[in-house]
Design a binder for this molecule. Structure first.
Ligand code: G3P
Length: 214
């Protein structure tokens, strides 16, 4: 499973990339707004730091506007994947982008029917939001299983990117189900590494070693 970081923060991206485990970056308008930096220069910096897909989202809500913004974003770097919301206008834009060879990440997916339509439109990536579904007492990971089954049934190439990951169990379940990508905040990437028994074991090894050296 590919691991993406869900942030527009350069320090976090740099740190995760230095671990050698980063396969890509997802951003969204909220994450970019938090950084208080200009969008395009920020994307250029991110592209320099990571060798992988970098999702950049359009903010227009009509097809023409999405096409205009998306074409512009795609010109920044070959790594850019244009993020488009899962709306009627969005699906129209995805079809045109696919015909033009521009890769899309269809975001704000909350149902299997939405995912089916995105794949039929030619999406490169579909982003179902598991955490936000869990928040409203729906089964986020259940949606991932449904989408994987549907895509498998019809041999769609669209990659399933598990978005809105909140904790390591979302990552474990995604990998068990065979999702293609998981995008997560830096805090979750850090949690994936940690285990109290690793810390305790290391502490004991080092203290035993120290004692033997006297
Ligand atoms: O980038 C999309 C998604 O991962 C957002 O997650 O935590 O805001 O629901 P969250």
């Amino acid at each position: 499973m590919k691991i993406f970081i869900d942030t527009a923060n350069l320090a976090e991206i740099k740190e995760a990339a230095s671990m050698g485990l980063l396969d890509g970056v997802t951003t969204n308008p909220s994450l970019v707004a938090k950084e208080g930096l200009e969008f395009k220069p920020l994307l250029k910096e991110i592209c320099k730091l990571v060798d992988g897909d970098i999702s950049a989202e359009v903010v227009a809500t009509d097809t023409e506007g999405m096409l205009r913004e998306g074409r512009d974003l795609a010109k920044i770097d070959a790594k850019i994947v244009v993020k488009v919301p899962l709306t009627k206008d969005g699906l129209k834009a995805v079809r045109t982008f696919a015909a033009e060879g521009i890769r899309t990440n269809v975001t704000l997916c909350f149902s299997p029917t939405q995912a089916l339509l995105a794949a039929k439109a030619g999406a490169y990536i579909i982003s179902p939001f598991v955490g936000r579904l869990d928040d409203i007492s729906s089964d986020g990971m259940g949606l991932i299983q449904q989408i994987l089954t549907i895509y498998d049934n019809y041999e769609f190439d669209t990659q399933v990117l598990v978005a809105s990951i909140r904790h390591p169990m979302h990552v474990v379940d995604s990998a068990m189900m065979g999702a293609h990508i998981g995008t997560m905040p830096f805090s979750v990437i850090t949690q994936l590494i940690k285990h109290p028994l690793t810390d305790l074991g290391l502490e004991r090894f080092l203290s035993d070693w120290k004692k033997s050296q006297k």
